[in-house]
Write a new protein. Sequence first.
Lengths: 163, 176
Amino acid sequence: MPHARRMLVEDRRWLDDRQFTELLSLGQTLPGPNILNMAVVIGARFHGWLGSVLAALGLLSAPLVIVLSLATLYGRFAHSARLIQILAAVAAAAAGLVLATGGRLATRMDRDAGSIFILVVAFLANFWLRLPLLGILLVLGPLSIGLAWRRLRREQRTQGGAP
Amino acid sequence: MNGPSLSGLFLRFCLFSLMAVGGATALVPEMHRQVVDLHGWMSSADFATLFAIAQAAPGPNVLFVSLIGWKLAGIPGALVCTLGMCLPSALLAFTVGRLWDRFRHSTWRMAIERGLAPITIGLVLGSGCLLVQATGTRGPLLVIAALSALLSFRSKLNPLWWLAGAALLGGVGLLS
């Protein structure tokens, strides 16, 4: 994502910083891969639906070829004991990276009791109880958005009251 | 082992696409639940390895989905799963993108963004724990996972360095 910002804002100047931040928040609010959502919206802004299709293809096609080539290589050498060890170590490190991502996101969220409660319930339902994600989202989604809405209204009211 | 049909995969991943709050990483436990636990289409270790390959390769991390598809049904599977994962959310983004100016400052939009954040984070942390578990809970692997979590949380270095370091440790046989 930092790389995408540098290319779009600094090198090509297709967007300014404010537009980039707005598109990022759009990409993150909607479901699906964030960066793909951004690519689709940016493509559409400049060249309509064709721009969207081309932006999505441009974003995905080369990495897709690379990752599938790697997978094919892996398929061919999967019985090698050394490769198994290397990949187990990389998999453990990759799992660690995901934990770090979660930690970093957590430092930026609202930290009232309600949000933390939602976070813990989502974690336990998902990882520990292995409940279906659809159910988790249908229960926690409206609840959490409702709580956030109340928080926002309260903030707006206190801001509105101040001179 | 009965593999999945291509159309079945496509529909399944279309649903994933719309459930991916905050991105593809939040989906990892749900994909694991369906692909490993419910249907037994691959082992937990295979799942973790494919995730590792996707992380180590360049490009958006949604390509993990392509690897799942590849494992289940070869190259056609990879294409079908990638398309299923991308199409519904892309159509939604395309539609909403045109109306975005109207929603940008609405309280509802901000409520959705801030309300989804704790759910996303809970799911992402769940993904991390599940991947640690799937990799295997042998001591040295746990140490690597903990180190990589700590180092990448603390430093701004490109995370690929931590993956490369882990590969090196695995390659010289320090983990056996």
